[in-house]
Design a protein around this ligand. Structure first.
Ligand code: IPE
Ligand code: IPE
Ligand code: MG
Length: 244
């Protein structure tokens, strides 16, 4: 099973149905240039736009980008404020931008923690793009894989309490249906730029059989050609899902 696209040498390659990107390395990118960390976030946000459009153009059906984790609130207030400002700016631009791209935008995470104006914008972006038929773009904001599983556990406990679900009726599908990604395929490929070899609480349940590609490039420097290289490598991997 797979989706195919033509590469330059016109061989067919398998594209992931669902691609996850941990957009990491903004701070280090800025530090290397003697700039404040927030300058890295600005360039990183621009790159988010470029890479998202590219994913849509090459025919990726689902893209999830990790923009802000449940743990990122631990950063200095100044950095968190700058990130919130960028989110507002970029979501406003996304409203215009992704209109033409036929991209449907969803948000993964507890968005109720954000300021009311940002929440309003999030609702507007989701609503205004809901009829789009192209790529689904999930923006993970105030997202944590553990937090998501706790949310699912609460929903399931409530359903058992209400008598609409039995304990024996709980299966893997029950949990998948309670996650922010309900109804979407699991990620096949997760790319982490910045060279860090860890998950950092991203799509814990969904990534059980995802392929990981760690790349030694900081997110603001991550180019379309880096994505192409990762997709090539993904295409060559042998996935067995526990079989032979
Ligand atoms: C990722 O870049 C952006 C967010 C987590 C919001 P970082 O800010 O984590 O950059 P590094 O990892 O410190 O370089
Ligand atoms: C993961 O990056 C979160 C995002 C990219 C949004 P972090 O920079 O927060 O992860 P750690 O702290 O290096 O694990
Ligand atoms: Mg980081």
């Amino acid at each position: 099973m797979g989706l195919f696209s033509k590469t330059e040498d016109s061989k067919e390659r398998i594209l992931p149905k669902h691609l996850g990107i941990i957009m990491d390395g903004n701070g280090r990118w800025a530090k290397k240039r003697g700039l404040p960390r927030t300058a890295g976030h600005t360039v990183g946000a621009q790159n988010f736009r470029t890479i998202t459009k590219y994913c849509s153009n090459i025919g990726i059906p689902f893209l999830t980008v990790y923009a802000f984790s449940t743990e990122n609130w631990r950063r200095p207030q100044e950095e968190v404020s700058a990130l919130m400002k960028l989110f507002k700016q970029y979501l406003e631009e996304a409203l215009r931008d992704f209109q033409d791209e036929n991209i449907r935008v969803r948000f993964l995470g507890d968005t109720s923690a954000f300021a009311p104006d940002l929440q309003e914008l999030i609702a507007r972006v989701e609503h205004d793009s809901s009829s789009k038929t192209g790529m689904v773009l999930n923006i993970a904001m105030n997202y944590g894989g553990r937090d998501e599983i706790v949310m699912a556990a609460k929903q399931i406990a409530q359903q058992v309490k209400d008598g609409v679900l039995t304990v024996d009726g709980i299966c893997e599908e029950t949990i998948s249906r309670c996650l922010y990604t309900a109804g979407q395929p699991d990620p096949d490929l997760i790319i982490r730029p910045s060279g860090e070899n860890r998950i950092s609480n991203f799509l814990l349940w969904q990534s059980a059989y995802a392929e990981y590609i760690i790349m030694d490039v900081l997110w603001p420097d991550f180019k379309k050609s880096d994505l192409d290289n990762a997709l090539e490598e993904f295409s060559r991997r042998s996935r067995r899902f526990g079989g032979v």
